[in-house]
Design a protein around this ligand. Structure first.
Ligand code: UTP
Length: 296
């Protein structure tokens, strides 16, 4: 049975300070991964999972994001005149992907605040949140199983991933209960970016969420937390510990994921995705082999 969830919210209003100076005048979500901006992979993932209504939360450099998903008449007519149909198709692809909507966050006051900006558009429905700088490899679907778990349990669902202990201060970290459903677990507690010595586990919340609309009321009453930002993790913790609207479930993801807001992960994403491309993979693989042998 197909889910009634059709709306995806993509926050892309962060300052991207880890990637300065590249992100001085351009959102980090527009950084190219091979030949597409990171954000296009995220929108494609939403659409593959039936979420064709996409609301992007944008910030100060929003023009590049909006332009990428809009028509580019001059470019298109130049390519048409040249008879370059394959490049024309690649330009038109992002325009026709989804029903795109935009809202500005105003000040970047945290992920929770960005999500709250979607309330008017989403209304009283469950919806998905996909972080615009978090790439899930197309071969390893996580959003589909999350939507299925939401539909089966009528609860909000987050994606979890095991991270090295010394990385817990980069993520929201979960305490879980086994509910006898394999990788689907119940979240009993959450803490934002704990010091490794205080972390209750190494299960990190990554950038995919399926949320019930009750999250909005909770976010409205969530005070700024870590970093003086309104944290989605804090609102989810309230939902989980008070078992509001079915509480919060987690699904442990064991596939390939890249945080393109992090320099090393960004480079890994480009290499991995280029290696699997027939037009680039073989030549890149040879070059990587040569480089590995050249190193002292
Ligand atoms: P990050 O914490 O990775 O974003 O937020 P950041 O603040 O841009 O990054 P650094 O640490 O300064 O480099 C995760 C996601 O939430 C969005 C970001 O755009 C990113 O997709 N976000 C974050 C917002 O939309 N608004 C915010 O106020 C904060």
């Amino acid at each position: 049975m197909s889910s009634h969830i059709t709306k995806a919210v993509i926050p892309a209003a962060g300052l991207g300070t880890r990637f300065l100076p590249a992100t001085k005048a351009m959102p980090k979500e527009m950084l190219p991964v091979v030949d597409k901006p990171a954000i296009q992979y995220v929108v494609e993932e939403a659409v593959r999972n039936g979420l064709t209504d996409v609301l992007m939360i944008t910030g100060r450099n929003k023009n590049a994001l909006e332009n990428h998903f809009d028509n580019a008449p001059e470019l298109e007519s130049a390519l048409r005149q040249k008879g370059d149909s394959s490049r024309l198709a690649s330009v038109e692809q992002s325009t026709d992907l989804a029903d795109m909507h935009y809202v500005r966050q105003g000040e970047p006051r945290g992920l929770g605040h960005a999500v709250l900006r979607s309330k008017m558009h989403v209304g009283n429905e469950s919806f998905a949140v996909l972080l615009g700088d978090d790439l899930i490899d197309e071969r390893d679907n996580i959003l589909g199983p999350m939507i299925a778990a939401h539909d089966a349990h009528h609860a909000s669902v987050v994606a979890l991933m095991e991270v090295p202990r010394d990385m817990t201060d980069h993520y929201g970290i979960a305490t879980i209960d086994d509910i006898g459903e394999g990788d689907v677990v119940r979240i009993v507690d959450l803490v934002e970016k704990p010091d490794p010595k205080d972390a209750p586990s190494n299960l990190a919340v990554i950038g995919r969420y399926v949320l019930r609309p009750e999250i909005y009321g909770i976010l409205e009453n969530t005070e700024p937390g870590k970093g003086n930002e309104i944290q989605l993790t804090d609102a989810l913790r309230h939902m989980a510990t008070n078992n509001i609207a079915g509480g919060v479930l987690g699904i442990v993801f064991r596939g390939r994921r890249y945080d393109t807001g992090d320099k090393l992960d960004y480079i890994k994403a480009i290499v991995r995705l280029a290696l699997q491309r027939p037009d680039l993979g073989p030549a890149l693989e040879n070059w990587l082999d040569d480089e590995a042998h050249r190193r002292p």
